[in-house]
Design a protein around this ligand. Sequence first.
Ligand code: BGC
Length: 761
Amino acid sequence: MTNIQTIIEQMTLEEKAALSIGASAWSTTPIERLGVPEMIVSDGPHGVRRVPNVHEVAATSLPATCFPTASCLAATWDVNLIRQMGEALAEECIALDVDVLLGPGANMKRSPLGGRNFEYFSEDPYLAGEMAANMINGVQSKGVGTSLKHFTANNQEFQRFSISAEVDERTLREIYLPAFEKAVKEAQPWTVMCAYNKVNGTFASQHDYLLNKILKDEWGFKGLVVSDWGAVRDRVAALKGGLDWEMPGPQERRVQEVVAAVESGNLDEAVLNESVRRILRIVFMAAETPKEGEFDVDAHHALAQHVASEGMILLKNNGLLPLKDQQQIAVIGRSAEHAHFQGGGSSHINPTKVAMPFNELKARSEEAEFTYAEGYPTDDSFRQDLIDEAVTLAQAADVAVLYIALPSFKESEGYDRRDLDLTNQQIALVKAVSAVQPNTVVVLNNGAPVVMVEWIDGVAAVLEGWMMGQAGGAAIADVLYGQVNPSGKLAETFPMKLSDTPAHLNWPGDAGAVRYGEGLFIGYRYYDAKEMPVQFPFGYGLSYTSFEYSNPQVSATSFKDTDGVTVSVDVTNTGEMAGKEIVQLYVHDKVSGLVRPFKELKGFAKVELQSGETQTVSMALDFRAFAYYHPEYAQWITEDGEFDLLIGASSADIRHTLTVTLESSLDLPCILDKESTIREWMADPRGQAVFGPHYAQMEADARKAFGGDDNERYATEGSIGMDIMEMFSDMPLVSVLMFQKDALPAHPEDMVADLLQQVHS
Ligand code: BGC
């Protein structure tokens, strides 16, 4: 065991400062005289982007398996598979000499316009957290590190290096932090990467509250915090704020800034030492895994294909799919010949090989005859000739399979999408082909939702193929021909139109800030609250078979929050074909002190069933499944009362509801103060105990002053034509007493001070 403390004691100030900044774009600074090795990092997240020489700038990386991107991974809802993929990624890191893989990304999909949504899992923090934790556990089980990114509120590309995400505390805690929290607590990533943007006015790279207080102190993160590449503005403030390692390097000027800050007393050397300790700990952990050998290219390609086929989602099917004995198949669309399987930017992988959708489709049927038309060009030009050619082929065929890929000029890291549409050419193509060929299948390759209202009614089937990774072309063919029964379900809502989306009025912000005005209500939380129709709801996906849910059970109908409950349900495959079903469990709080989303995902299970087979799936709900974050208590709280447990096949297809009663174990401090309203006094048990007896008198006095003496509502009887107690209820107690002060035994301020003393003693 290396004694890190001894090394730190032997390090010069200069060496410490140098270690806290990269030696290159991808490595730490080694210290030979003390035996501190170099540590190498590479992107991430869905493949290894290792440049041949980490000390040189290179555009092309070494070949590695390009797995499907996060949108597709999340749509598998398969935590074991994600873990397995993590293990494969680690094997590639080991073979390619990479110590830490820069991923996964656990940011929320606040708006479908986010350019990097393809790199993120979901609009739901629970699902994203499960995915991230399992991927990290998979990678790290092999002695390779990860970098959970981008911490936090990195939800758009517009002004991504500078914009301030203005998010209230509760929304941060309930929406933007939980996926990170789960991943940190359940998987301890070796590193966490801070976001480029500011959060509530402070750069995420120097955010003491986020990095020191929440991540390190509250959650117990043991690893190092690395900057996103180029995210640091003020190195010294960043060290103080909890950022241990700045990337990229080398940056001699920064090293000198740190040295000077310590020498001048502006930076306590203990702060630098703590960052150095965290860095050394990870550097030595990484060195324990020898980087050698080769990875199994074919096995990983096969795994990438399996993951892709689990993540693809059958969105519409009028019975045409799976393809059977159709003889003439018109294959239309550039992406059939030129697979669109990953997104642009830092996650771009140099694949070991690529399965071309057209070739793969042809290989699935010996009898059928396949024709091909390009359909749309690479750029945004409109080419009627390509549409005409496609229509001619489609007319002559039994089936048209349209491969439609959202081009990178419409979706990539670095810029947001401007709309949710396909290109004009693609829309016109789908409409023209489906007008002459009722048996039209649309296969989409994109990283985030597209709107379909204009064309979906005319087509027979839609398969969401995502950015499907290098083997995705084969997965599409398997699904179209029924060699794989599709089972993926949406990890994000597909809206009808852009203006329906939750962040629409607060996107992308201006004057340096973006206000998260929709608060807790992103994704299905928003559409639920607005009772708004969507194209496809969160959790939705079709299969070639059908499933029935029966016999819902809960381990206890009354329970203590700390004990939690377990929910089970029997799932039966009622169709002809073997298949997989993803069962979802949402929690609905019937009455709550603060506003809550109507329902929230708190559990899920994926089960494989042969035709006719039944299995019982179970899902456990813990304290957090029922809790919400109360900003005034500054903690997660539960409240006594009833909850509905909704078991569904999607967020919009709830099959069973169980009602349970929770008993809170919390003994919350009293938060009544001088400004508390009468309603708040009466809602608080301690407040009610001391103020309750006075309430009756107050009501009688109010009635006397403003209303009649009978028991009628003031709204009809009162002298000022309103329900006076209703109005009083939302006024601070002291203000109401002021109206009555002449009749009171003491001054209202003294009376309230006295009551407050009683409730707080
Ligand atoms: C991206 C990170 C990435 C890093 C290194 C940044 O621009 O935001 O996700 O890991 O570059 O390539």
